[in-house]
Design a protein around this ligand. Structure first.
Ligand code: CTP
Length: 464
């Protein structure tokens, strides 16, 4: 597999440059890992003994027209791009990090030093590109075996590796989630022991890893590990607060953390939309604050949808999640996530369906997916009944949308027109008239058409 991959012209070229410059040169990191795992690979990581920047300059020159070079002086790294090709170059180094910052003190080193300073054994595998090392796998920490056994393990004492760069604790969990790997016991214990060090990592870097966990095939793997290590409490305490079951008079409620993860895994089988997955993660986030025992009803979480929706902007701001459309979408999903369920429990009236369509707009399909994923009961009969009712809701949504086109509701009579017809200045009454027309349409009193709306308006509001 390695030999076949090395037939690509780019690797021949790297080998030639390495021999010419008499610099030991290796493929390393994620590229080698993913190659051996037969996963889709993207950027190619290259390590050389000596200056990675000088090496990259030569490579860019040899690639000729269309190649671009970017040098990151602070890190001593360089990037070369040409078309789809993306190469990252670094000079081999020994590294030790300052305890209170992410900025490493860098010293030149050998390829072995460089492998030592890497995060996991599976990321420290290197493939030689010089003629004397061509195609040989350098594997000082048995990374290949760990790949086969699906194990994540640090090359050095994990306490050193994690305290060097605490983001690696999240990376370990992200790889476990993404690849379905197991984090070796000592490595995991060190994550728990060093968890507080995550506080020196920027929110942006944390988010990159969290999003990768979110997008993995079974995101619950990552979130369970985050919870178990204590990192979740530091990163997303609102989710951590959903853990546990309380008993009263022999009645317990379900564990909302466990339920949330089931919903997240279910939605992950339906969509790769990152924001819909975030909506699933946060849909019940209001439950910790709204939990209440009522003698007649038992455990209740009244208004958890509205309380949860209100929490979304705060969570997004703190975590540096995007505050524009993604935040608004997640907030809307959280706010509306009970509506189809309530609908499906009652007789599904046309006007309730119209109102749901109006509030959800173009996000109605995402909302329905979320609601279906939200049914996690172990009672088969109950699940079947809910899903059948959802089918009825979906059918109704379809017929009503075809008839009334509510999804992208535009008022059939504009405020301007209302002002002209009634000789009104801009005032509250204009809004009232518009609202009355909208309600009449949503309640099914009149069709969503201009003439009907005009007649309704003239009958209900008189010119002074
Ligand atoms: N690395 C590390 N510590 C980090 C980040 C990266 O030791 N905190 C090393 C690892 O050897 C890693 C390589 O740098 O394989 C490249 O890092 P990066 O491109 O960020 O990650 P990949 O491992 O390539 O994985 P992915 O592309 O999935 O992010």
């Amino acid at each position: 597999m390695i030999q076949q991959e090395l037939n690509k012209p780019i690797f021949r070229l790297l080998g030639e440059v390495a021999d010419q410059m008499q610099m030991p040169c290796f493929l390393i990191g994620g590229y080698v890992r993913d190659l051996l795992l037969e996963r889709q690979t993207k950027d190619i990581d290259v390590v050389v003994k000596g200056s990675g920047v000088l090496f990259a300059e030569q490579v860019a020159k040899r690639l000729g027209k269309g190649a671009s070079l970017a040098v990151f002086k602070t890190f001593g790294t360089a990037q070369v791009k040409k078309g789809d090709l993306e190469l990252e170059f670094v000079g081999a180094r020994k590294e030790s990090y300052n305890l209170n910052s992410r900025n490493p003190q860098v010293e030149e080193g050998t390829i072995e030093d460089d492998q030592n300073r890497r995060d996991f054994t599976i990321n420290a595998l290197a493939i030689g590109l010089n003629s004397e090392t061509w195609g040989t796998l350098s594997d000082p920490f048995d990374g290949r075996r760990d790949l086969e056994n699906k194990v994540i393990r640090t090359p050095l004492d994990p306490n050193i590796t994690f305290s060097d760069d605490p983001l690696r604790m999240l990376r370990a969990i992200r790889f476990a989630s993404q690849l379905g790997f197991f984090i070796e016991t000592k490595t995991f214990a060190a994550i728990t022991a060093n968890k507080e060090r995550i506080n020196i990592i920027t929110k942006e870097r944390i988010l990159t890893e969290l999003n990768k966990i979110m997008l993995s095939p079974k995101p619950s793997i990552g979130f369970l590990l985050l919870e178990k290590s204590g990192l979740l409490e530091l990163i997303l305490p609102e989710l951590n607060a959903l853990k546990g079951i309380e008993q009263k008079n022999g009645f317990g409620h379900k564990d909302n953390f466990v339920h949330t993860l089931k919903v997240l895994d279910k939605i992950a089988t339906q969509t790769d939309d990152l924001w819909l997955r975030w909506a699933a993660l946060l849909h019940d986030v209001g439950k910790a604050r709204t939990k209440q025992w009522l003698d007649k009803q038992g455990w209740t979480f009244r208004n958890h949808d509205f309380v949860g929706a209100k929490m979304i902007p705060h969570i997004f701001r703190r975590m540096k999640l995007p505050m524009g459309e993604p935040m608004k979408f997640v907030r809307k999903m959280v706010e509306l996530h009970m509506r189809p369920i309530v609908l499906s429990e009652d007789v599904v009236t046309d006007s309730a369906v119209r109102r749901l369509l109006f509030d959800a707009g173009n996000d109605i399909d995402s909302l329905m997916l979320l609601c279906e994923a939200d049914i996690t009961s172990s009672n088969k009969e109950k699940v079947e009944r809910f899903l059948n009712n959802f089918q009825t809701v979906r059918q109704k949504l379809k017929t009503i949308e075809e008839k009334d086109r509510i999804r992208n509701f535009q008022p059939p009579i504009s405020g301007e027109e209302i002002m002209q017809i009634f000789s009104l200045p801009p005032c509250a009454l204009v809004g009232e008239i518009k609202m009355a027309i909208k309600d009449a349409i949503l309640d099914g009193k009149i069709p969503n058409e201009r003439d009907a709306a005009y007649d309704f308006m003239m009958q209900n509001f008189k010119k002074e």
